[in-house]
Design a protein around this ligand. Sequence first.
Ligand SMILES: O=P(O)(O)OC[C@@]1(O)O[C@H](CO)[C@@H](O)[C@@H]1O
Length: 364
Amino acid sequence: MAYQFPALTSEQKKELSEIAQCIVASGKGILAADESVGTMGSRLQRIKVENTEENRRQFREILFTVDDSISQSIGGVILFHETLYQKDSQGRLFRDILKEKGIVVGIKLDQGGAPLAGTNKETTIQGLDGLSERCAQYKKDGANFGKWRAVLKIDNQCPSHLAIQENANTLARYASICQQNGLVPIVEPEVIADGDHDMEHCQYVTEKVLAAVYKALNDHHVYLEGTLLKPNMVTAGHASTKKYTPEQVAMATVTALYRTVPAAVPGICFLSGGMSEEDATLNLNAINLCPLPKPWKLSFSYGRALQASALAAWSGRAANKKATQEAFMKRALANCQAAKGQYVHTGSSGAASTQSLFTACYTY
Ligand SMILES: O=P(O)(O)OC[C@@]1(O)O[C@H](CO)[C@@H](O)[C@@H]1O
């Protein structure tokens, strides 16, 4: 037993738990604007905009300079390395603009997948080498939380014991390094929606993955009060013919979480994983209304489901700034209501909000 060698001081723990609670304060969630250059390229391609640094900067400037009332819905924004150092057209650093609104700045820390030989094309995630130094620098540069996404898939022999253990251990090692450097780790073990499996199978796999993740976090002495979980919702595979209501998704999701995630974790912020904007909001709302014990904040950390309508409204034209900000604000507000179980679908959503945002094998 190594309890006589505490991993963190009480001051470090206090800081981490305050940051985590601030991000998921009532009704608040996370904007995942941390698409890598390549991922952002595929988003821009859909609206026929060239993937240049300036175009990526322009879109993000529009999002981050939205009205200050956004801070009632968004508690944290995850940035990609490039974006942390970018400025708006008046020369103000994006990270300073976000901080002035009371939004916590986060940084994507994982560096892409690597194959696990001898498995059915499963992966582990790279980025542990030099991670402590990167975290220390990002903390100095204004980041207060990190994100690391591990990908697990449901397929023949998948997820394998090796993939579950390897990704759980890597997530735990990342979380420990983050906390040593004052960053709250967002722990993201994503069971991707590729496949034709039913919801029950997804629940079984999600429980196995989360149980392994929390065992590893405990083994690595990670302070749970200073972490956030970013899981998939429990749904059927994208190619499944079975359809489930938001209430069924909610029951399966909260059951899986209740069986595996300790109550010490302050918040669970779901990824959207290719759901349409509207489905992501309706499911989150049902999750918050689910009649099971819910000792954590249940909120969102959406990438696609917060930006799809905004991207479509922008279409690369500065003249569309107002419409872009309105579209973004609308989704942020809807998810804020859903995070409190107060979302009422009015039936007036735009076409983009009901479109599936699924991409096959969405690995990075
Ligand atoms: O599933 P979504 O809500 O679109 O995005 C979830 C997410 O983890 O996956 C992306 C790829 O790493 C990130 O940009 C984002 O943070």
